[in-house]
Ligand binder design. Structure first.
Ligand code: SAM
Length: 355
């Protein structure tokens, strides 16, 4: 940990006064275990499936700095969520590494050594920040990367960002000990499915865990069509033919990726099949937007404001009760009822809610 002084970070790390931990279960018996925290709605990429330029152009109104939860506010909420059974925190965005001094937030949250603290990034600023993040107490990291083919990658991020710089960031993260490193690849038919095998070979050699994500109908701007989804089972067959793999038992309830290992013992790959194999039944995740809206589903249209109460001097108990009401009333199971019609519904953007 850095010797830097924590000010509002030192605001009480203890459990709520006079309260013991109280786990929550929703209407389907699902516990609250994970919290994904978006620290910004901005990103330096314009991935065509996530933040298409036509929508997120110069005229797009991103949140003002004053609207973002401060690190102190995030810290306080994490303390309350932890008291409700949250065990895992993922910092995300937008692109989390564009938020200034992010290592300081990491340092504040790393105080709780029992929390599994991780971060998802596009890797573009990782080379510069990996060391500071590790020193601040981050243990591991997930990097999103959709192709090793520079032309394909530049076209998908749509800001002409070279793949070599992301790979340097991944190497730096490995060098400073931010492992095990996971690599997330969204596969879109007709766009990057030719990159699947080269990605598998490359990360198998480096022992990073590659995970394939089915292209999802998140938000309302990415023009999702079912034909563009490459089902995980097709990818399993594609990889197995060349690099034999076998399934691995899930490590815990709510693990989103189906895990497979290479038969030669050289590591694992994962498949996140939100479209073809819904995992709502085991979903234990809540999401906090950068401005403090609490969502209980990635495909939700509406959140619950936590920033208002935070900024109106609500007590920990009042905020705790609000979170408790939201979670115990949760009914979401979007991926189980997905259809061509639901795909057209208004949903919050992934860059806003956090991936
Ligand atoms: N900027 C960070 C990053 O790139 O990892 C964090 C935010 S990003 C929204 C989180 C993840 O969501 C990325 O892995 C991204 O590829 C994935 N994602 C975005 N839109 C998606 C979609 N329509 N379907 C599947 N995954 C998507």
């Amino acid at each position: 940990m850095k010797g830097q002084q924590l000010t509002d970070a030192q605001v009480e790390h203890r459990t709520l006064p006079g309260r013991s931990r109280r786990d929550l279960a929703d209407t389907r018996g699902r516990p609250l275990r994970d919290l994904r925290i978006s620290v910004t709605d901005r990103c330096n990429f314009r991935c065509t499936y996530c933040m298409p330029k036509e929508v997120f152009g110069r005229q797009y109104q991103f949140l003002d700095r004053t609207e973002l939860l401060s690190f102190g506010e995030i810290h306080r909420l994490v303390r309350i969520f932890r008291d409700h059974g949250v065990q895992k925190i993922r910092i995300t965005g937008g692109e989390p590494l564009v938020r200034r001094k992010l290592d300081r937030l990491v340092e504040m949250l790393a105080y709780w050594s029992d929390l599994d603290l991780t971060l998802t990034t596009n890797g573009s600023l990782l080379k510069q920040q990996a060391h500071a993040l590790r020193a601040a107490g981050l243990k591991r990291i997930t990097v999103s990367l959709d192709s090793l083919d520079d032309t394909v990658f530049r076209a998908m991020n749509d800001v002409d960002f070279p793949v070599a710089e992301v790979l340097e960031g991944i190497d730096e993260a490995a060098a400073v000990g931010l492992g095990p490193i996971k690599i997330n690849m969204v596969v879109k038919r007709g766009v990057n499915q030719d990159s699947v095998l080269p990605m598998a070979r490359f990360f198998k050699q480096r022992s990073h865990i590659l995970r394939f994500i089915e292209f999802m109908d998140v938000g309302a701007t990415n023009r999702w069509r079912l034909e563009q989804v490459v089902p995980s089972r097709e990818l399993v067959q594609m990889i197995d033919r060349v690099l034999p793999i076998e399934p691995v038992e899930a490590a815990y309830r709510g693990e989103v990726a189906e895990r497979w290992r290479y038969r030669d013992g050289s590591g694992e790959v994962g498949f996140i099949s939100s479209v073809t194999h819904a995992f709502c039944r085991d979903c234990t995740r809540a999401r906090l937007s950068a401005e403090g809206q609490l969502y209980t589903c990635l495909f939700a249209a509406k959140g619950t404001d936590l920033r208002g109460p935070l900024r109106c001097d609500a007590s920990d108990d009042e905020i705790s009760q609000l979170i408790s009401r939201v979670w115990t009333g949760r009914t979401d199971r979007y991926s189980e009822i997905r259809s061509a019609e639901t795909a057209q519904l208004h949903k919050v953007e992934m860059s806003y809610i956090g991936g």
